[in-house]
Design a protein. Structure first.
Length: 621
């Protein structure tokens, strides 16, 4: 070849490469780290494509193009291969292919593709994932470091949830019976264990994974297998109220792909309470359950009237929600109750952040159970304190009538603002100190009728409850609130409606005003909680100096909304000098406004106290 011809051929080759953009048939292109990561971890859960691992299996049997043309028929062909080829990666591929098919079928608007097809394909994906993780095969079980191991867990969890879902509102149906799936029929049994809520009281189950939680700082999810659920019970317990609880449904498979093709595969749906079960056993190995304890809290708080409850029950004598102690989870013997008591014009909803965050600690979740006390915060403090005392005693007696559960005698009562004052009156022996403020005559020596005597005894004499072992004060006005001026009291008292029973009690006190030197606020009208939290109230000032009873621990968390140092500072409602008590076992300053119960540093201090408390109680393990 002449030099000229060689030169011309070379130029032609260069021109062709230039027209092709210099892209070779095989090569490696540099991309950003995020793009590379997404490409390497692409699968049917996060894209419209299958993972590289599944594509490798399809390519092995020359089915990659067939799947692109006929996605419904290809898994059936691969299922037939899996019946004679026991390599485990086939099961992973079948799980992903069925999940991808289910995604396509769920979006289909073709009338001949009913939504049930998608549900059955999702369900099949979960079964294949189970067989990949735990089934018999010629290869050993996958390593937890294998990316397919982690992805198979996701296919199992999502496939199970979506395979049980009915309708479009995330409701799932838990039932036994014959389930039709693409590879064949599956006989499913359903087991309903002890949830703390009876099966006939469950109104509905919802898939927790279909909801995005807002308003709470953290979402508590324990990784594992199973579909997290929100169990909603309608009108249960003594308050006949709706309750939401976390649960997990698990599908246990008995058989293999050959049994499946022969219509002999069976499976069991098992339901577990997230408060009771954290692990199950499969083939002799312990497997963690996937749980979500935050979604049920947020789901329950979707009810907007709950948020206006505090003000409604502060001003109105009518109980929009009945006063009492409510269990935030089914009673668990052996777990120490933590009782949250809200403040003035507030409601139990404001404890959601603290309860949710504390549950994230595995030790606290295992050793404690959470309760809350709801009350009409406009009533006199001693009245509300008496109700709290009766409620704690009554609930403990109902739950443990024989007194066998030692944990019920180690309660921790946490009160915010006015709630801290109520908490203190569960743990204090006032003797006759409060009574001497109004009379120098012994109560039993007064010539008064029995109902009046008992009314005075209830409001002026307090003994520590034997079921309380610790109280935690949060932004508590032990010496009143500097914002609670006489003008504020007079103005707001005009709008606080007094319950009928308190008017009757007030009438009794008026009859003995010459016998007992009652404070001016009581002589003039029925007092509200505002009168009780006045900075010049002798009752409040005397109570502040009385320590909690011997044997009961107390801790104090005080909010200061600036950088000043104690004894200076306040939180916008309560001064440090009012919140401070010398007898607290510990005092923690949080830089916050008055509503600090949701502050992360407040919660962390409560967590510290609760963990310390475990080593100081009789029930400590």
């Amino acid at each position: 070849m002449s030099i000229n011809k060689f030169f011309l051929h070379g130029c032609a080759l260069i021109a062709l490469l230039a027209l092709a953009g210099c892209v070779t048939p095989i090569g490696a292109d540099k991309v950003s780290p995020r793009t590379a990561y997404l490409h390497l971890n692409e699968n049917a859960l996060n894209s419209n494509h299958c993972s590289a691992e599944t594509m490798r299996v399809l390519n092995r049997y020359d089915l990659d193009e067939a799947f692109a043309k006929n996605p419904d028929a290809t898994p059936a062909r691969l299922q037939a291969i899996a019946c004679r080829d026991e390599r485990r990666d086939l099961l992973f591929a079948l799980s992903e292919l069925n999940f991808q098919n289910a995604e396509r079928q769920s979006r289909s608007v073709k009338p001949w593709e009913p939504k049930q097809r998608a549900r059955n394909s999702y369900f099949a994906s979960a079964i294949y994932a189970y067989l990949y993780l735990f089934g018999d095969a010629s290869q050993p079980a996958p390593s937890p470091f294998d990316i397919r191991f982690r992805t198979a867990g996701d296919f199992y969890n999502r496939g199970l949830a979506l395979g049980l879902m009915v309708g479009t509102n995330a409701q799932v149906e838990l039932a036994g019976g014959l389930r039709q799936t693409p590879p064949g029929a599956v006989e499913v049994q359903f087991k309903f264990p002890e949830l703390g809520i009876k099966q006939d009281q469950i109104a509905a189950f919802y898939s927790a994974d279909e909801f995005i939680v807002r308003g709470l700082s953290t979402r508590n999810r324990d990784s594992g297998l199973g579909a997290p659920l929100i169990a909603v019970a309608d009108k249960i317990g003594r308050f006949q109220e709706q309750r939401s609880a976390p649960a997990t449904v698990f599908l246990r498979v008995d058989g293999n792909v050959r049994d499946w093709s022969a219509g002999k595969l069976s499976a069991t749906l098992e339901l577990y309470s997230a408060f009771k079960a954290t692990q199950i056993e499969i083939n002799g190995q312990s497997v963690p359950l996937q749980t979500d304890t935050t979604a049920p809290i947020a789901f329950a708080l979707n009810d907007s009237p709950i948020w206006s409850l505090g003000l409604a029950q502060f001003f109105s004598p009518e109980e929009t929600v009945k006063t009492g102690v409510r269990l935030m989870q089914p009673y668990a013997p052996g777990k120490i109750p933590v009782v949250f008591v809200h403040g003035t014009a507030s409601s139990p909803a404001w404890w959601a952040e603290m309860a949710n965050t504390l549950r994230a600690d595995p030790v606290i979740r295992e050793r404690y159970q959470f309760w809350m006390f709801n009350y009409a915060s406009g009533k006199p403090i001693t009245i509300s304190a008496g109700i709290l005392r009766n409620e704690l005693t009554g609930v403990a007696n109902v739950l443990d009538p024989d007194g066998k559960d030692a944990a019920l005698r180690q309660m921790v009562v946490i009160g915010h603002s006015q709630g801290g004052l109520l908490a203190k009156l569960t743990a204090t022996d006032t003797g006759d100190k409060l009574w001497r403020l109004v009379s120098q005559t012994n109560l039993d020596d007064l010539k008064i009728d029995v109902p009046t005597r008992e009314l005075l005894r209830t409001n002026f004499f307090f003994k520590p409850l034997p079921c309380v072992s610790r109280v935690i004060f949060i932004a508590t006005p032990h010496r009143g609130s500097y914002r609670n001026t006489g003008f504020v009291q007079k103005f707001l008292n005009r709008f606080i409606k007094i319950p009928g029973e308190l008017l009757d009690d007030f009438a009794r006190l008026v009859k003995i005003k010459d016998t007992v030197h009652l404070p001016a606020s009581v002589r003039d009208r029925v007092p509200s909680s505002l009168n009780g939290m006045a900075t010049d109230n002798p009752f409040m000032l005397t109570l502040a100096d009385i320590p909690v009873a011997s044997g009961i621990k107390c801790n104090s968390i005080i909010a200061i909304n600036s950088n000043v140092q104690p004894p200076q500072g306040e939180d916008g409602v309560v001064k440090y000098t009012s919140a401070h008590v010398d007898y607290a076992d510990s005092e923690f300053i949080v830089r916050s406004g008055h509503s600090c119960q949701g502050n992360p540093l407040t919660i962390e201090e409560v967590r510290r106290i609760l963990l310390q408390n475990l080593g100081e109680t009789k029930t400590a393990k």
